[in-house]
Design a binder for this molecule. Structure first.
Ligand code: IPM
Ligand code: MN
Length: 345
């Protein structure tokens, strides 16, 4: 019989609350014969305060043994900015070679969005996850003086760009509209821009059925708001993808609904699924957090592990729940319970 060995990192702030709901829905949707084994890892702000640890090697090795990771949120105002982000979240993405950061955007019914009533919005952003300005290459000269100079180098390798571009073509080719848009800024960032565009064009020759488009990132932000229906699959670098996916979430129903998967497509390492939102310390513990983004991340997780029917079931439950939810304000728990009841039906 089948089994899922899942690592769970609730993390900080609302991470704890939303992950509990994600697990509730996961348990409810899985067929009886699938054995779910979860192991919780205590990582995040509390652990750092207690021990100074962010992600010790022993735990990284233990995490590697799982089929997938479900993560809530990382980051807390009591920890200096960047410590947990870099030494825990980004360390996981780099160590497990999550080169495809998959972020779907769908306009669900009844969501508070400036674009309500617009034509269907249903696109995915394939954000590169292991390179760009996220590699920590750079430095500072004459730090703290009026003559300070800081550099932050964006690393783009042909190997790294080609594998993510290829993944994006595969995804576009498998969708009905078969359209892939490269977003970059090759009028200014000429070296990285040309690398991306050349590889995008070359790999595209292998996918004659995929329609391609190129947009500068600034122009793309306009179209996200004025014409989001023009997008099907978008491929872009790590930093542009970070910014664009927050914008995408804001225009398609809010950050409370945005799911993501940090995918290692080769299967060498476990992929990691997490809501796009952060730890929201301002509402932590109040029961106000919307667990839907985490529940939708569980859907991505199931799809990745081959449980397509269960993944669809969750998406349908979310759509139905949002339709019925209307303007009613419900707690984290109530939303989790409602979704679990729907998928179990
Ligand atoms: C995200 C977050 C992270 C990122 C931060 C917390 C390092 O904003 O997952 O989008 O920039 O990738
Ligand atoms: Mn972000």
């Amino acid at each position: 019989s089948r089994s899922i060995r899942l690592a769970v990192i609730p993390g900080d702030g609302i991470g704890q609350e939303v992950v509990a709901q994600g697990l509730k829905v996961l348990t409810a949707v899985l067929p009886q014969d699938v054995k779910l084994e979860t192991k919780e890892y205590d990582l995040g702000a509390k652990r750092w305060h207690a021990t100074g640890d962010t992600l010790p090697d022993a735990e990284l090795a233990a995490l590697k043994q799982h089929d997938a990771i479900l993560l809530g949120a990382i980051g807390d105002p009591s920890v200096p900015s960047g410590v947990l982000e870099r030494n825990l979240l980004l360390k996981l993405r780099f160590a497990f070679d999550h080169y495809v950061n998959l972020r779907p955007s769908k306009l669900f019914p009844n969501t508070a969005t400036p674009l309500a009533g617009r034509p269907e919005i249903d696109f995915i952003v394939v954000r590169e996850g292991t390179e760009g300005p996220y590699t920590g290459n750079g430095g500072s000269l004459r730090t703290g003086t009026p003559a300070e100079v800081a550099t932050e180098v964006s690393v783009n390798t042909a190997y790294g760009v080609e594998r993510v571009v290829r993944d994006a073509y595969e995804r576009a080719n498998a969708r009905p509209r078969k359209k892939l848009t490269l977003v970059h800024k090759n009028n200014v960032l000429v070296y990285a821009g040309h690398l991306w565009k050349n590889i995008f064009d070359r790999v595209g020759q292998e996918y004659p059925e995929v329609t391609t488009d190129y947009l500068h990132v600034d122009a793309a932000t306009i179209f996200f708001v004025t014409q989001p229906e023009r997008f099907d699959v978008i491929v872009t670098d790590n930093l542009f993808g970070d910014i664009l996916t927050d914008l995408a979430a804001a225009v398609t129903g809010g950050i409370g609904l945005a799911a993501s998967g940090n995918i290692n497509p080769t299967g060498e390492f476990p992929s990691m699924f997490e809501p796009v939102h952060g730890s929201a310390p301002d509402i932590a513990g109040t029961g106000k957090a919307d667990p839907t983004a985490t529940v939708l991340s569980v859907s991505l997780l199931l799809r990745h592990l081959g449980f397509e029917a269960q993944a669809v079931r969750i998406e349908e439950a979310v759509a139905a729940d949002l339709t019925e939810r209307g303007d009613a304000v419900r707690s984290t728990d109530e939303i989790g319970d409602a979704l679990a009841a729907r998928v179990a039906d």
